[in-house]
Design a protein around this ligand. Structure first.
Ligand SMILES: *Cc1c(COP(=O)(O)O)cnc(C)c1O
Length: 460
């Protein structure tokens, strides 16, 4: 007798995992270390502590501790909005006529609307523990800024958010939400920092960029008493915090004896994907699973599928430590795209290493195909997905249709990283058929690659 799997695979509050999982501990071939951009030596605690909080720095440099206990003060924060639902997509399966089983982990039920709150909480908690009074950060599309505003509101810390100027003008409701939670929002570039002033002097009408906002936020943190900088993706401590996604998904699936064959996530800097796949990838590295893992990125910003594996900067001003990663070059400027959270030139170093070593697959999708998939999904499953998350939906549907051809009954798990409530202008464009699918030419990419630093480590 087989019991029917419920539509929602519940975990009780007590079953929320109490440990983060550090995938690097189980990798035989570790990702290459961060490098200090001046000395080109591996970055140390002393290099990173002027910018970041203490515990995140330790976590960033730790590639041996497998399970890291989640402090009670963070477990408390998680209980306010977790566990996140794990849903069996019965309706989507039926609509596709596929023999595959499809599951998705939905991270969009909290007010910030995405998985980013999973790392915003811990980062605010650690800032408070360090005795700081405020933190700074940047935000592009606004999801990370909103998550940080919620987290600093919860823990009672000040927050300055440098928001890419064009986004702050387009995403007025994001801006309003960030300010309502009590954060100070500054459109970037601004005249509150030297790096902002320098950019404005060159180009007073610029709409700003994520790289420029990062430079401003870092400068402000370093120059302010009892203040540090927090970052929402790319770094390994962020992936560690996001492992709560995979830990929960695995705990719920284990309860029902379900083993996913294919695990899919969208990839911007890699945090939701890395968090979801972590514990499942750990089993694969240990030879206990044959699961496949797929990263899905926008064709307009094809970091995995067309990028280079090299040491590169995380920001356009070239101030961050050097990260060995798949990259399009910090000077690459992706065309406007509705998946704002996926417009980043680089990729987390752990995921980049797994990709290079053949454990992780990647594919790139154009946005009209992604929105087609989103519409198919929302009509039957009821949830309005974020454009970023819809990249994962597209690949999940394609894999399910492949099963329909072959008759295989595979188990597919994908990450639905957020809701699309703040992205309705993108859906309007889709409805009006004014959405375009820009794919960068090889020449466009070459211009980005030219910005990758010419250091011995990059000369093969
Ligand atoms: C920011 C964001 C992403 C991309 O960031 P990752 O670090 O790659 O996860 C994906 N989905 C949503 C909803 C986001 O807000």
């Amino acid at each position: 007798m087989t019991t029917k799997i419920p539509t929602r695979l519940y975990l009780s509050e007590d079953e929320i995992p109490k440990y983060w999982y550090n995938l690097r501990a189980d990798m035989k071939n570790k990702p290459d270390p961060l490098l200090h951009p001046g000395t080109l030596k591996p970055a140390t605690v002393t290099d990173l502590e002027p910018v970041f909080c203490k515990e995140p720095v330790k976590q960033e440099l730790d590639d041996t501790t497998r399970f890291i206990p989640i402090p009670e003060g963070i477990q408390e924060f998680y209980r306010a909005y977790r566990p996140a639902p794990l849903i069996r997509a019965y309706f989507l399966e039926k609509a596709l006529g596929t023999p595959a089983e499809i599951y998705y982990k939905f991270e969009g039920t909290n007010t910030s609307g995405s998985h980013k709150l999973n790392s915003a909480g811990p980062q605010a908690f650690y800032a408070k523990e360090d005795g700081l009074t405020s933190v700074t950060t940047e935000t592009g599309a606004g999801q990370w800024g909103t998550a940080m505003a919620m987290a600093t509101g919860f823990y009672g810390l000040g927050l300055t958010v440098y928001m890419v100027k064009v986004s702050s003008e387009q995403k007025v409701f994001r801006k309003a939400l960030i300010e309502t939670y009590g954060a100070q929002l500054i459109p970037s570039p601004s005249n509150t920092t030297e790096s902002g002033k320098a950019i404005l002097a060159k180009d007073p009408n610029t709409g700003g960029s994520l790289g420029c906002a990062i430079s401003e936020a870092v400068e402000k943190a370093v120059k302010t008493e009892k203040c540090r900088y927090v970052l929402g993706s790319v770094l390994n401590h962020v992936l560690l915090h996001q492992s709560i996604i995979g830990q929960e998904a695995k705990a719920a699936m284990d309860k029902y004896g379900i083993k996913p064959d294919i695990i899919i996530g969208c990839a911007g800097g890699g945090s939701n994907l890395g968090g979801l796949i972590g514990p499942f990838m750990g089993e694969k590295l240990a030879g206990k699973s044959k699961a496949r893992f797929i990263a899905v990125e926008p064709a307009s910003c094809p970091t995995f599928t067309r990028g280079r594996y090299a040491y590169d900067f995380g920001d356009t001003a070239k101030t961050t430590p050097l990260i060995k990663m798949m990259t399009l070059g910090s000077g690459f400027i992706p065309s406007a795209n509705h998946a704002g959270g996926l417009r980043y030139h680089g990729m987390n170093s752990t995921l980049s290493k797994l990709y290079k070593d053949g454990f992780l697959e990647a594919r790139a999708e154009v946005q009209t195909d992604v929105f087609d998939a989103a519409i198919k999904f929302m009509k039957v499953e009821g949830i309005l997905p974020a454009p970023e998350s819809s990249h994962a939906i597209k690949a999940a549907i394609d894999e399910a249709l492949e099963c329909k051809k072959t008759g295989e009954k595979k188990v597919i798990l994908f990450g639905l990283s957020g809701t699309g409530y703040f992205d309705l202008s993108a859906y309007m464009e889709y409805n009006n058929k004014t959405m375009s699918d820009y794919i960068p030419s090889d020449e466009d990419l070459e211009r980005g690659f030219a910005s990758i630093p010419d250091i011995p480590q990059n000369r093969g």
